[in-house]
Design a protein. Structure first.
Length: 216
């Protein structure tokens, strides 16, 4: 397996920024996009439950409508690929059962071997105290996947811009999510920076390491 040095990785993380202006003429290759899809598909989540669905908006008409629901951010239309992160509104026993059955199928197990795990998930997320705030739990999981996407893109020298400056209810309406089990959480624009984006030349602002890392 090919590895990357810590110094090289740090350089790429320094290079990454929230791209404010994409070059609309530059598009990801199929191979680049396939790797980014893998970064989403393989992202970790609590219990491995993957309470998300990633909607890739390609339609120019939908992009235009979403831009209006995104404080008129130009990235929505100008980027190569636009990913809307949607998450489960609720978590049902049926969803958990499907996950357990799929896990058993993938690993060649009898589902009964995972019964203890199933009961633990149900007791924590479906029938326990967390059930009342499960939509917030699902949204937190989506940000784990977003981090995986942003880091992978940086590794490939691909630009991104995570967007929370959007109207989730309007997104839900535009994307016809109201009658589904999912709701909009955030979005990420992906592509290549415009040479005219002044923000790419600005120094990254972070508090000193000692202010944010604590050893006990």
């Amino acid at each position: 397996m090919t590895t990357i040095s810590g110094t090289d990785l740090t350089t790429l993380l320094e290079w990454r920024y929230a791209c404010k202006a994409f070059d609309p003429t530059q598009k990801l290759t199929d191979a680049q996009w396939a790797t980014l899809v893998d970064s989403l598909h393989l992202a970790p989540s609590s219990y491995g439950l993957q309470p998300w669905k990633f909607i890739i908006v390609q339609s120019p008409e939908l992009r235009k409508a979403l831009r209006a629901a995104s404080w008129n951010h130009g990235q929505v239309e100008d980027c190569s690929h636009y990913v809307v992160f949607t998450t489960l509104k609720t978590l049902s026993e049926a969803y958990v059962n499907r996950f357990i059955q799929h896990s058993a199928d993938v690993r060649g197990l009898d589902p009964s071997a995972l019964e203890g795990y199933r009961q633990m998930i149900l007791g924590s997320l479906v029938n326990g105290d967390k059930a009342a705030t499960i939509s917030y739990w699902a949204q937190r999981q989506a940000y784990i996947a977003m981090g995986s996407l942003l880091t992978t893109a940086a590794y490939l020298n691909i630009d991104t811009c995570p967007l929370e400056g959007i109207s989730p209810p309007d997104y839900d309406r535009i994307l016809n999510l109201d009658s589904t089990d999912y709701q909009t959480t955030a979005a990420v624009a992906i592509g290549f920076r415009s040479k005219d984006d002044k923000y790419q030349h600005m120094k990254k602002v972070r508090f000193p390491v000692e202010d944010v890392i604590r050893y006990l």
